[in-house]
Design a protein around this ligand. Structure first.
Ligand code: HEC
Ligand code: HEC
Length: 306
């Protein structure tokens, strides 16, 4: 497969040179050695799940799309860029406005299954849940604990995440920005992510049934733009802020699964304790655009797609 070998070449360049668009240079390198014994086994198991979430025997039934955690948390969260897991564990327990409770690292990880993975929330303290939390915690070994009373994200990027400068650019967007985004997609994204955003092989889907749903961080326009800036195109992140906004508008306006929180919880008898005071939450493509005062029909310039 030429696409795959092209990606390997890109990755080789990325790993070799300073071209990696690291925006968090103050982060230390991830630890060199795994812990020993049973803890080491769990850390490695967690890493395996994060790299192969949709096919791993412990999580495949909980994933509803074709993504892995590493699709967005690059190199399994070892990359020093937006999405890194280096430092993440230092922030937990942390308050979350979304759930209106203090979240543990396991809560935070497991909630991604409902949104980014369009699946079901794993049960806290099951082997998969403990393993993923062990791996993510290992990546913060030696870093000082820093409670976060505002949001459940690492203190290493709570100031830069999301990029506030993109918000005014999103708010004034029009159909012309969408068309420019489509052009950027075709010229700089499509070769890996596919003509219809469906992905292929190691290239993850961006829209359609194999992609993240409308409750995922990536479906919120300012978050996707902020993530794209340092990370895409893979190995050669070079979008200007405006280009990142335009291609975000194009991608997040495409059809994807709508989010209804209740559909992503296991039956009550199985789900264990769900640490949230919010039990109803719904989003769709339309409502995600409305947050910025945008009408998605006008942005698409097409009233037929719903
Ligand atoms: C489609 C992209 C995507 C996928 C796939 C994804 N995430 Fe995330 N994740 C994000 C984004 C974007 C954020 C930031 C969210 C926010 O601020 O709302 C995030 C945040 C997190 C955080 C908090 C990060 C921090 O440093 O504070 C954790 C932990 C996390 N994700 C774990 C996971 C795990 C584990 C998986 C796999 C089960 C996963 N994510 C899959 C996009 C993704
Ligand atoms: C050289 C191939 C390549 C190109 C070109 C590329 N990507 Fe990616 N993209 C990837 C890979 C590979 C990943 C998953 C990360 C990993 O596995 O390391 C990814 C992940 C993503 C993700 C998060 C995962 C998901 O599926 O939701 C988004 C969003 C994304 N790319 C958007 C873009 C956009 C927008 C462009 C064009 C500006 C682009 N990509 C260009 C290879 C590419």
């Amino acid at each position: 497969m030429w696409k795959q070998s092209k990606w390997i070449a890109v990755l080789a360049v990325t790993l070799a040179g300073p071209a990696m668009a690291g925006t968090l240079p103050s982060l230390p390198n991830p630890p060199a050695n795994y812990p020993t014994g049973e803890l080491g086994r769990l850390v490695k198991l967690g890493e395996d799940i994060i790299m192969h979430t949709d096919t791993h025997p412990l999580t495949k039934d909980l994933v509803g799309n074709k993504l892995q955690c590493t699709s967005c948390h690059l190199q399994g969260g070892r990359a020093k860029t937006i999405g890194t897991f280096i430092g993440t564990a230092t922030a937990f327990p942390a308050f979350s406005k979304r759930e209106k409770t203090v979240q543990t690292l396991q809560d935070r990880i497991n909630n991604c299954f409902m949104r980014s993975m369009n699946g079901k929330r794993p049960i806290i303290d099951t082997e998969a849940s403990v393993a993923m939390a062990s791996y993510v915690t290992w990546l913060s070994e030696g870093l000082p604990v820093a409670m976060n009373a505002q949001k459940p994200v690492t203190p290493y990027y709570s100031g830069t995440w999301p990029d506030k400068e993109v918000v005014p650019l999103i708010k004034k967007a029009t159909h012309a920005n969408y068309l420019n985004g489509q052009k950027i997609y075709q010229q700089r994204c499509q070769s890996c992510h596919g003509e219809n955003g469906q992905g292929a092989g190691n290239f993850p889907p961006l829209w359609g049934n194999g992609a993240y749903n409308t409750g995922a961080g990536m479906s919120k326009l300012e978050k996707m733009t902020s993530w794209l800036e340092p990370n895409m195109p893979a190995g050669n992140a070079n979008l200007t802020k405006q280009e990142a906004v335009d291609v975000t508008l194009f991608i997040d306006a495409q059809p994807r699964p709508s989010f209804n929180l209740q559909d992503h919880l296991l039956p009550k008898s199985e789900m264990g304790y769900y640490n949230s005071k919010v039990l109803k939450e719904k989003h769709d493509v339309r409502s995600n655009f409305k947050i910025f005062g945008l009408d998605v029909d006008a942005i698409r310039g097409d009233r037929r797609i719903r």
